[in-house]
Ligand binder design. Structure first.
Ligand code: PHE
Length: 495
């Protein structure tokens, strides 16, 4: 088909009517249409959209041409003057309706008389003008070549309908050639080595085409958030702590952090206890001794909790409920280093990792989430320094005008909740928790008396939900996260 079209254009310059052309050459119209479209895309041809209306006979119209119009068929059933009942006549028609239409038309022509039940022929000579008119329409299907009133009438009688036929005028396109040159998409090594690229036609590059979607892995939005937090903390001079122990002993998660063994946070409904292995093998003996002293009281200038501290309770394995045990572990290393060198070196540490709590899950709670934690160990640190570093940290997250509210943590005194203004919720929301570690904890770890440690912590999910405008935490972390959210979310960038 392609060759024939291109040859025709070469000889005649254009094809005035694509439909007629297809008919002449016995082409399948649909396939021919496809060929024209593909020639158009490569600019071999230009197409001008045209349409004509064409008269088409309906089933009733065809029947009138073959067997006569209904009114003519009706009179032909009667001799002049003869009367027949409608019940008998209807047998010759499709249904009552057809007989009624035939009767009405025949009466209009003054061919018959009709009563309620019978019909009598009155006219002697009758001519089937309707069938004749329909015949004449077949000679030219163009409705404009016929009497308007006649077309209207036949349309109303549902004997014809006017169909819109679309076709093209085909002419040469800008890249017209007498024969299609097959263009190749890719330049191959062989074409280069053999030099055949010189005689090869290449497809034009379509720089507007969407590239093929590449199936790559994506950074989880929460992970991007973590990276952003990490770089802020690194810029502020913090070192990253080791956080690779999801399973901790209660000793590190609670006891070292001066949390009494009766504290409600340690209960099973808040903390996941491991059944296998249920306890840890060893605890650092010296530290154990110091922690016991802190809890039982009478040491470190503290009356303690005044109960009998039990090592069995401390040995229980749990899923860590916060990352503060990681802070306790680095503080122990710092204390040991100080003892070894005889000199305390101020330090700033941070961590971002997963923690676990036995919570009923809902739109804002999961039983695992991430905590960001920071601490500074130095001489003479006060609330002033704590508020200063927290202010700087949140400023870099885009949260300013912080407010503080006193709170209670077993391991810090004083302790403060941190509130920041939420621009979407238009109110103050809790963004973190903070405090100065208690001497009961720091002295038990072996740090020098004049060293203080200020610290703060927050969840990673809260700012991520604010940033991604999520109201359900399950859309951010866990098995319900829509994959599309992971694929489509742009690289996260703090203000
Ligand atoms: N561990 C606290 C929490 O889980 C956060 C915190 C860290 C508070 C350090 C004070 C100091 O909420």
């Amino acid at each position: 088909m392609e060759d024939i079209v291109l040859r025709e254009l070469n000889e005649k310059g254009e094809i005035p009517n694509s439909l007629e052309f297809a008919e002449q050459h016995k082409f399948d119209v649909k396939a021919f249409d496809g060929v024209l479209k593909s020639l158009l895309v490569t600019d071999y041809v230009a197409l001008q959209n045209l349409d004509v209306s064409e008269i088409e006979l309906t089933e009733d119209g065809k029947k009138a041409v073959d067997q006569g119009a209904p009114e003519y068929r009706l009179v032909s059933l009667l001799k002049v003057g003869e009367e027949k009942s409608k019940d008998e006549l209807v047998k010759e028609f499709k249904d009552d309706k057809e007989l009624t239409l035939a009767t009405n038309k025949a009466m209009q022509c003054k061919w018959i008389k009709s009563s309620k039940t019978s019909i009598t022929r009155t006219a002697e000579e009758v001519k089937d003008e309707t069938a004749k008119a329909l015949h004449s329409l077949l000679e030219s299907k163009d409705p404009n070549k016929h009497d308007k009133a006649l077309i209207q009438d036949l349309k109303k009688r549902k004997m014809i309908q006017i169909k819109q036929i679309k076709y093209y005028k085909v002419s040469k396109g800008n890249s017209y050639k007498t024969k299609r040159v097959v263009e190749v998409a890719d330049l191959t090594a062989e074409m280069l080595s053999k030099g055949t690229w010189k005689d090869t036609a290449f497809k034009k590059l379509n720089t507007n085409a969407m590239g093929k979607e590449i199936a790559t892995g994506n950074f989880h939005p929460l992970w991007q958030m973590r990276d952003e937090f990490r770089s802020i903390l690194l810029e502020l001079g913090f070192e990253e702590m080791k956080t690779d122990s999801f399973v901790e002993s209660a000793f590190w998660d609670f006891d070292v952090l001066f949390t009494a063994q009766q504290h409600p946070a340690r209960e099973m409904q808040d903390t996941f206890y491991l059944s296998e292995p249920a306890t840890c093998k060893t605890l650092p003996a010296d530290l154990c001794e110091q922690v016991k002293k802190a809890h039982e009281g009478g040491s470190f200038g503290s009356i303690g909790y005044r109960y009998k501290w039990k090592e069995e309770e401390a040995r229980k394995n749990i899923m860590r409920t916060h990352t503060t045990p990681c802070s306790a572990r680095v503080l122990l290393l710092l204390a040991e280093e100080t003892k070894k060198t005889g000199k305390f070196k101020p330090k700033k540490y941070f961590s971002i990792d997963r923690v676990f709590r036995n919570e009923a899950t809902d739109a804002t709670h999961l039983f695992e989430f991430h905590q960001v934690e920071g601490l500074i160990a130095d001489f003479n640190l006060t609330l002033r320094e704590l508020m200063g570093i927290i202010g700087e940290f949140f400023k870099r997250l885009g949260i300013t005008n912080l407010k503080y509210k006193p709170t209670y943590n077993p391991y810090t005194e004083p302790s403060m909740e941190v509130y920041g203004y939420h621009p979407t919720l238009k109110k103050m929301v809790e963004v973190g928790n903070s405090g100065i570690f208690r001497p009961e904890m720091l002295l038990a770890l072996g740090l020098p008396e004049d060293v203080s440690v200020i610290a703060w912590g927050l969840s990673l999910e809260r700012p991520a939900m604010i940033h991604y405008k999520l109201d359900n935490i399950r859309n951010l972390l866990g098995h319900q996260v829509p994959l599309k959210f992971l694929k489509n979310n742009p690289i996260f960038c703090l203000p």
